[in-house]
Design a protein around this ligand. Structure first.
Ligand SMILES: [Zn+2]
Length: 397
């Protein structure tokens, strides 16, 4: 196996971790990278930065902003807001101008609480009518148009690819600052609470001959009964309950497939809005395992028909789990040339170099040679150096 076979070696980076673009490009080259996957549209968070001299040590980035100068003429009801610091908006054009790295524009689409707070009418609504401020609903035409416009805008910046994240519905258990519950989360409950019944979803379901009001009532009743009951599903039970419900309730299954078609339609429209020279990648999921991603409206086989790349976060604790998840993705997509893998070479994943090397070798055995690594600003120096050593050993062998 030769390391030259790792065609893409791109490190995920936040603009706030790039102090100086020329030295940053040089540093990534030294680590063995040939690409940088830079956040250009991103949500709020709280990040501990272990690098020497990193200040602030803990950073809370502005919520739901873009890290470039948006062309506002492209947008309709929903408009991006640029980060308030001009230096952070210069990182993207400077890395592109540097030219030593392929720049991949990591573009978070519908996970945007800033826009959700400004436009609650476009957010996902659960069966009870509660709005999820962190999740714009892609069934809403204004949201669809925003996502297409944002990607088209990003694509004019000289990037090699646009990497879209969250083109669909956020899962229930993701995305807000403090998620409190004294009911244990499980996949059945999360699926029921993650369904959207906003006006656009109700209308789309009815057009597909689904009895949407009755379905919404069944979901409310099932969740109400569970929350009142003196029981707590184990993970295995919840998975089985969900499978049984999907088999028993044809409209529930049909709504989930309708959501998949909508996300594929959105990603296809994004592809059509990009110049042919700019590749489009879609991040497969924000959940583990990847096959759970239908909750978000993702259909990997259908998406692979309309994008250049499916970028899959194999965020697993060991190399064996990486390989089995990758095997399943390959089974669904049917073409290793469509998959780019993302690995986390640090806790809680492949924390030691042995597991990282085994994961890289396992992916190569599945003919997966396009790799991304997460994340420059959150890894310790020792982990970045171990990553560099793994890539160098792969190249030398
Ligand atoms: Zn909706």
């Amino acid at each position: 196996m030769s390391g030259a076979a790792i065609a893409q070696r791109s490190l995920y980076c936040y603009p706030w971790d790039v102090q100086d673009t020329a030295s940053h490009a040089g540093e990534l080259k030294r680590l063995g990278m040939n690409g940088v996957t830079l956040a250009v549209s991103y949500h709020a968070g709280k990040f501990l930065r272990p690098r020497a001299g990193a200040r602030p040590r803990v950073i809370f980035p502005e919520d739901g902003v873009v890290y470039f100068e948006p062309d506002l003429a492209r947008y309709g009801a929903l408009r991006p807001q640029a980060h308030s610091d001009p230096a952070l908006r210069r990182v993207l054009p400077e890395l592109v101008a540097d030219g030593r790295l392929a720049v991949h524009a990591w573009t978070v689409l519908l996970h945007n609480s800033r826009l959700g707070a400004l436009h609650p009418e476009y957010t996902a609504h659960n069966a009870y009518g509660d709005r999820y401020v962190y999740s714009l609903c892609p069934m809403q035409p204004a949201v669809f148009e925003y996502a297409v416009a944002l990607c088209g805008d990003v694509a004019t910046r000289g990037v090699a690819s646009v990497v879209v994240e969250t083109p669909g519905w956020l899962p229930y258990a993701h995305g807000y600052h403090h998620e409190f519950a004294q009911v244990r989360s499980n996949v059945w409950l999360d699926t029921m609470l993650g369904l959207c019944f906003c006006d656009a979803c109700m209308s789309a379901g009815r057009q597909a001959n689904l009895a949407m009001s009755a379905l919404r009532e069944r979901v409310v009743k099932a969740v109400d009964q569970y929350l009142q009951a003196p029981v707590d599903a184990t993970p295995v039970q919840a998975q089985a309950w969900l499978s049984a419900d999907l088999l028993a309730d044809g409209d529930l299954a049909a709504l989930l497939r309708l959501r998949q078609r909508r996300v594929t339609q959105l990603v296809k429209a994004i592809r059509a809005a990009l110049p042919a020279t700019v590749e489009l990648a879609v991040i497969a999921t924000v959940q583990r395992p990847t096959a759970q991603n239908w909750q978000e409206g993702m259909d990997l086989a259908a998406l692979a028909e309309v994008v250049d790349w499916i970028d899959v976060p194999f965020y697993e604790p060991d190399a064996a789990a990486v390989q089995s998840d990758a095997w399943d993705c390959l089974r669904r997509i049917g073409n290793s040339a469509k998959i780019r893998a993302i690995l986390r070479p640090g806790p809680p994943d492949l924390g030691d170099g042995t597991q990282l090397a085994a994961a890289v070798a396992g992916l190569a055995r599945l003919n997966l040679h396009q790799l991304g690594f997460y994340n420059y600003g959150m890894l310790r120096s020792a982990q970045l150096e171990a990553l560099a050593a793994t890539l160098a050993a792969h190249t030398a062998s």
